[in-house]
Design a binder for this molecule. Structure first.
Ligand SMILES: Cc1ncc(COP(=O)(O)O)c(C=O)c1O
Length: 395
């Protein structure tokens, strides 16, 4: 308890040290300069027509009131079917699925429901900033384990040392943002064995599960033997169907965990947007060719972006999945990631994100920037043209 009354302009202890991410700062700067934004992870591609039509029908049909806090029955049913087919996870649609406000809403509800202040949570670095900041909001004690470029492997010994009987959870993000790592079955088996040995949970963010390159396959740790009762799997519609603003995701896990995650979902949000829940039921009617084309489109965009980077002396670390590219910028001859990001924005009109913001040790990202290539072809090609022009210009 604090002694005395706090002044109106002081803030809760739990947000101490939290700051707006570099991503938003770069976006604002990019807008000011009229640049092309390859910084923020926003996909500017259209929502499939089927889903747009379903959303219009749901709004016209006045499907506008709160749903059950865990989401509408039809959607949970289709999510459970997809989890069995694609993720190899059997779950009960009524007790083991909660529709959330984006996968982020699911992550917030899971962390608040499961992680107490001071409990240890293992996070791989480079990391997705929201994971770390939300865990900080929960006052978790973070332990970082490095995944190393260029092939983004972790040292099993380092991970083993990070686990202890104080470990409450490990956070997995596969395919990952920012480095595009796709955790292999062997790696997940190893992590699963540590979770079981130390009685820890796995909270896994699989929002990019359909975006994979070079024959990499998506494996869900929740499908591995012994992980059924200790895994919360998060995914959603934002990335696969280009609808980051619709704010629809879901959490899947054992009934005992989901009961409390559902309770938190209710307290925080009441429910996910109802008409849009009705609309995304039809996402599960899309043919397999939709997902094949998604992968092929991103593979082409990745190739174009890598080529432009290489032409100006930047070295991309090839991702295995997701739609980001971490790039080694030491070839630009600048002293930091910040200078490199400013250089790319002011001289080429292309926004990126300084790499140090993704690493537990900022020095690890001192010569990296992140580019997001989930852009319409015309925008991406223009961004690449602008980058290539740098080859001819003096530093
Ligand atoms: C790893 C990761 N998880 C979650 C999200 C956000 O997902 P949602 O829109 O479902 O909240 C993002 C968005 O960039 C992301 O990169």
């Amino acid at each position: 308890m604090k002694s005395g009354k706090t002044s109106v302009h002081s803030f809760a202890e739990r947000i101490r040290g939290l700051v707006q991410s570099d991503i938003r700062r770069m976006t604002r700067e990019c807008e000011r300069l009229g640049g092309i934004n390859l910084g923020q992870g926003i996909c500017d591609q259209p929502v499939p027509d089927l889903l747009k039509e379903s959303a219009i029908a749901a709004v016209r049909g006045d499907l506008s009131i709160y749903s059950k806090f865990e989401g509408i029955d039809a959607l949970r049913q289709r999510i459970a079917e997809k989890m069995a087919e694609y993720n190899g996870i059997r779950c009960h649609p009524d007790r083991e699925v909660v529709v959330t406000v984006g996968s982020t809403g699911g992550f917030v509800a899971a962390c608040l429901a499961l992680v107490d202040a001071g409990e240890e949570v293992i996070v791989f670095s480079p990391f997705y900033g929201y994971h770390v900041n939300i865990l900080r909001l929960c006052q978790a004690a973070l332990k970082f384990v490095t995944i190393h470029p260029p092939d983004w492997r972790f040292d099993p010994k380092e991970l083993e040392r990070a686990f202890s009987d104080r470990t409450r959870a490990v956070i997995i993000n596969t395919p990952s943002n920012p480095c595009g790592k796709v955790f292999s079955r062997e790696e997940l088996d190893f992590i699963a064995s540590l979770c079981q040995r130390h009685d820890a949970l796995a909270i896994t963010d699989e929002i990019y599960e359909y975006i994979l390159y070079d024959g990499h396959r998506h494996v869900s740790i929740g499908s591995l033997p012994g992980m059924e009762d200790r895994t919360v799997t998060l995914s959603g519609f934002s990335k696969t169907y280009n609808m980051t603003g619709w704010r629809l995701g879901y959490a899947v896990g054992a009934a005992a965990l989901m009961e409390k995650i559902g309770l938190l979902n209710d307290l925080l949000y009441i429910c996910a947007p109802t008409p849009l829940q009705h609309a995304v039921v039809t996402a599960f009617d899309l043919a397999p060719s939709y997902y094949e084309r998604l992968r092929a489109d991103y593979a082409r965009k990745l190739a174009v972006t890598c080529e432009a980077c290489e032409e100006i002396g930047m070295r991309p670390f090839r991702p295995q999945g997701a739609y980001y590219l971490l790039v080694d910028v030491s070839g630009l001859g600048l002293s930091s990631d910040l200078d490199a990001a400013n250089f790319l924005l002011t001289r080429a009109g292309v926004a990126s994100v300084p790499g140090s913001s993704f690493h537990a040790s900022p020095l690890d990202g001192k010569q990296q920037v992140r580019l997001c290539f989930a852009k319409q072809d015309a925008h991406l090609e223009e961004a690449c043209r602008r980058l290539r022009r740098l080859a001819a210009s003096p530093r």
